[in-house]
Design a protein around this ligand. Structure first.
Ligand code: ADQ
Length: 464
């Protein structure tokens, strides 16, 4: 079996406790076959030459880690400018937040070319290459142009919008053509896969040439839906460890007379935080019995603070939480605890377990792993309730959650009330069904399914 090569914008050391399920699962697969993980080192070199970067290669057990430095100009254009200033907002249906600048597109191409130039000499002919996410869409095309014949797969962690939105990107054809340099392109769910099919049929007059196989731009690509999961067993192990148990006990003790609701997100406009806070205010207005008894714990980790739209959302949230606490709060009760920080991963399961309801209400999300973590962390005898946005990729699988429309403040408040009042037997029933699903489709399933499909697909030779 060929060696696995993983390429992502950032590498995560799979041995570190802070690593999420993705890093752990990929790390495990890499260790089994002996493999290579390639990505940006996280280091930005002031005054460096655009299109150049030093590569640091080191060994971590059987896995080779190859980390590339980027110069300031490249990083600004590729990461902040194009990946997070164009692709992230547009792929999350936020055309209003996208800034199209040709210089940023140039930087995005330059960095993808640099990745290809540095990666290609490290590749062996029978390697299986797995490229991750929107930062690296054109990487396979660059590798092919250098003569790379390895099997290459791509997984998009974020949503793919339908053609009327996608085509607003000035370079959309170039971007989508680049996907045809892959052997396999994976999406989070069937809706995204459909958007891909619609795009290639409308814009590239591609014909499906088999189940989930498309021919356009002189080449053929396989596409599929591979919903990502979490490492359920590992997260539950974490939940039994001391840090999580201590967190559970102290949270329970501190809020002994309250029902806790929880939100855990990166502070990102796609996560629907202001809408969630407004729905909580509506809950307090519509159902006054929750005053003095319900507390929303919103933990938002700092993210991409150098991108303008992220500063705006932070200010909006602080002012919203302040006004609700001012309007409804009392000497002995604050409705919202807003914490702008990352919580240690070891503590998360304890925190989730101490809460009666989780609000996972993004305006758009590729999958959303918090929804799955919350379910995995619950006590099956007395489980909490998951309130989930219909616009999270997870909603396609997690049908036993209470599904809401995050734009509908009034409707969302009614559903949150339903969650707070749900009987024990209904909570158990819903939780058991959700558990079955996240156990079956865990992160190891996702890894296996994608790689087995990639190994089995060999598209027609690709024109560079
Ligand atoms: P993200 O947008 O980062 O990922 P998500 O799937 O929710 O979103 O994963 C976040 C991870 O970070 C979870 O493991 C969560 O526990 C952790 N996390 C978030 N906020 C935290 C906080 N304040 N403190 C501590 N930990 C926190 C992208 C896509 C998603 C997709 C994933 C995986 O946007 O849609 O599910 O990739 O494919």
């Amino acid at each position: 079996m060929g060696r696995l090569v993983v390429v992502s914008n950032r590498l995560a050391d799979p041995r570190k406790p802070a690593a999420g399920g993705l890093a752990v699962a990929l790390g495990e697969t890499l260790r089994r076959t002996g493999g290579l993980w390639f990505g940006w080192s996280g280091k930005v070199v002031e005054g460096g030459t655009p299109g150049e970067g030093e590569l640091h290669v080191h060994q971590a057990g059987s896995v080779t880690l190859a980390e590339l430095d980027l110069c300031q100009d490249d990083h600004d254009a590729y990461y902040r400018g194009y990946a997070n200033g164009v692709l992230w907002p547009v792929f999350h249906y936020r055309l209003d937040l996208a800034h199209f600048e040709s210089g940023h597109l140039g930087g995005y191409r330059r960095v993808n070319q640099l990745f290809a130039r540095k990666l290609f000499p490290l590749l062996k002919r029978d390697d299986i290459v797995w490229i991750h996410d929107y930062h690296l869409i054109p990487l396979a095309a660059e590798l092919r142009a250098m003569g790379c014949e390895a099997r290459i797969g791509f997984f998009l962690h974020i949503p793919l919008p339908p053609p009327p939105i996608l085509t607003a990107i000035p370079s959309h054809e170039w971007l989508m053509r680049a996907l045809f340099a892959y052997d396999l392109v994976g999406f989070q769910n069937h809706a995204d896969l459909q958007h891909f099919a619609q795009y290639v049929q409308a814009e590239a007059t591609a014909e499906p040439v088999g189940a989930n196989q498309f021919r356009a731009f002189n080449s053929t690509v396989h596409a599929g839906a591979f919903p990502i999961g979490i490492d359920v067993a590992d997260f539950q192990r974490l939940g039994r460890a001391k840090e999580a148990r201590d967190t559970y006990e102290s949270t329970k003790a501190e809020y002994s007379r309250r029902r806790l609701l929880i939100g855990v997100d990166r502070l990102d406009y796609s996560k629907g935080l202001p809408q969630r806070i407004r729905a909580f205010r509506e809950l307090l207005r519509l159902y006054p019995e929750n005053r003095h008894s319900a507390t929303l714990l919103q933990i938002a980790s700092p993210s991409r603070e150098d991108v303008e739209a992220y500063g705006d959302i932070q200010r909006e949230l602080e002012s919203l939480c302040g006004s609700i606490n001012g309007d409804f709060g009392d000497f002995d009760w604050m409705p919202i605890r807003y914490i702008h920080r990352t919580v240690a991963r070891k503590r998360l399961p304890g925190l989730y377990r101490a809460c009666a309801v989780a609000l996972v209400t993004p305006l758009r999300d590729g999958m959303n792993l918090v929804a799955k973590e919350f379910v995995a962390a619950q006590d099956e005898e007395d489980p909490g309730v998951l309130v989930l946005s219909r616009f999270a990729g997870a909603a396609e699988q997690m049908k036993q959650a209470l599904i809401i429309n995050p734009y509908d403040t009034h409707g969302a408040a009614q559903v949150i009330q339903q969650a707070l009042q749900m009987s024990l037997s209904e909570r158990r029933e819903r939780h058991a069904a959700l558990m079955e699903n996240i156990r079956e489709f865990d992160v190891h399933w996702w890894c296996r399914e994608f790689l087995d499909t990639l190994r089995a697909t060999r598209a027609a030779p690709v024109a560079a």
